[in-house]
Design a protein around this ligand. Structure first.
Ligand code: EPZ
Length: 419
């Protein structure tokens, strides 16, 4: 049934996490607003509290972090294994306190997720780093500026090194830097705190070290991946949806592909509208790439759209080596997908069949929820804790658009979606 209506987009998870962690650089409070209510944000706040920061939450999705009282420099395995982005405490702790002990994040379901570029960059800035018993032990006198070239475009690698450089002595240049809007949002927050940064959002970022920061308040940008997910929900159901509180300039590659799929798109300063006029989407070819290319975090959602589109489509994943676990689950719902290396070749079918499926990672679980909206009969998605890491109240927002989706309240971590 076509989704119709309006949803408000929440703050961006992948901007909120580094921004909350950047509070470690300062001995003055950092007020952060437009925080999304997500498991990963709760984990980040728990980590900051364990390091000794004080956290003041208020009801309007705003939090004040004061890291003046930080006295513990260890991010333990039990926390890091639940949230890889914990690795982002490494740069700030090392740069402000000269020491950090952070559990190696290990891999995750979508890939090995190395952190060699984080380590290499910090060493170039003067850090002594050892890997002992699964932990990164880092020490340094005051870090100094360096000219760093990232072999691979890495979002958290860029963010870790940019944060470390803000208190280093002298100038740091990060080349082949990630250009994601979340990197820009972090840089804008750091500049507001007193950092000297130029070039964020380009592949070359210049940071001039300062001695300390001052109090600052920052509002997190909207989540472009959450926005893209609800636009695809509108597209696959042939509906018409409007998203408020989103920056369309951060969605260009996604809107371009939806337009190719036959969607009528309108944008304003802080809103986006998609209208399928009741039609079925056309199959599209997608190739993931670092921003401004097509985001890997939208790959599963577009693969699902291709499954019910008219004609053929392809999805080529170039960032992570194992980000097609949703393919098997979609096949169980009747999708026609053939894998050729890192490319999924899809022949669109008239409809999918409801089934019991299992979520494997954050974005795959969203794609299965979308599949459940268009499949015949009922789809039950297991291991839905993945979705809660990145989507604030997904079933409420989809229900607001007319979807028949509900959480099964029997502690089984399942969501039921009915077309
Ligand atoms: C960020 O992960 C996001 N997470 C991911 O979102 C997103 O999928 C990814 O960027 C790509 O856009 C956060 O921002 C918290 P990477 P990140 O380091 O930074 C290689 C989600 O769904 N690499 O950019 O950890 C790596 O192997 C999550 O919200 C190295 O080789 O990813 C990969 O091929 C999933 N060495 C590529 O870079 C390194 O030291 C991108 O990884 C670091 C990375």
């Amino acid at each position: 049934m076509p989704l119709q209506g309006t949803v408000k987009i929440s703050g961006a998870k992948n901007a909120g996490l580094p921004i909350l962690i950047s509070s470690l650089l300062s001995e003055h409070p950092l007020q952060v607003s437009n925080i999304p209510h997500l498991q990963d944000v709760t984990t980040a706040l728990d980590l900051l509290a364990r390091l000794g920061a004080t956290i003041e939450l208020d009801e309007s999705m705003s939090v004040k972090v004061n890291a003046a009282t930080v006295s513990n420099f260890c991010a333990i395995y039990e926390i890091v294994e639940t949230m890889r982005a914990s690795i982002l405490v490494l740069g700030p702790l090392l740069s402000r306190f000269g020491q950090a002990k952070v559990s190696m994040p290990g891999g995750c379901s979508i890939g090995s997720r190395p952190i060699d570029l984080h380590i290499k960059g910090l060493k170039a800035m003067g850090a002594e780093i050892e890997l002992i018993d699964g932990y990164i032990l880092a020490t340094s006198k005051r870090l100094h500026g360096a000219h760093i070239f990232l072999d691979t475009v890495s979002v958290t690698g860029t963010e870790n090194l940019m944060m470390a450089a803000t208190l280093a002595r002298g100038t740091t240049v990060i080349e082949n830097a990630a250009q994601e809007p979340e990197v820009v949002d972090l840089a804008n927050c750091l500049i507001g705190m007193g950092a000297q940064i130029e070039g964020a959002g380009t592949s070359k970022i210049y940071i001039e070290g300062v001695d300390s920061f001052h109090e600052h308040s920052h509002r997190i940008i909207a989540d472009r991946i959450e926005a893209g997910t609800y636009l695809v929900a509108g597209a696959v159901t042939g509906g018409a949806v409007r998203l408020n509180g989103i920056q369309p300039e951060n969605l260009v590659s996604i809107l371009n592909k939806l337009n190719e799929a036959g969607a009528a798109i309108n944008v304003g300063k802080d809103w986006v509208e998609l209208n399928m006029n009741g039609s079925r989407p056309k199959g599209v070819d997608v190739r993931t790439a670092p921003f401004p290319g097509f985001p890997t975090d939208m790959q599963a959602q577009f693969l699902m759209m291709n499954c019910i589109a008219s004609g053929h489509g392809s999805v080529n994943e170039t960032i992570f080596e194992n980000r097609f676990q949703h393919v098997e689950e979609l096949r169980r719902m009747g999708a026609s997908i053939r894998m050729s290396g890192s490319t999924a070749l899809v022949r669109g079918v008239e409809s999918l069949k409801g089934a019991c499926v299992t979520a494997t990672d954050l974005r795959a679980s969203a794609c299965l929820a979308l599949a459940g909206l268009v499949a015949e009969s009922t789809t039950v998605i297991e291991k839905i804790h993945h979705i809660d890491r990145g989507y604030h109240c997904i079933e409420e927002k989809l229900s607001q658009l007319g979807a028949n989706i509900s959480r099964i309240h029997d502690h089984s971590h399942r969501i039921r979606a009915v077309a």
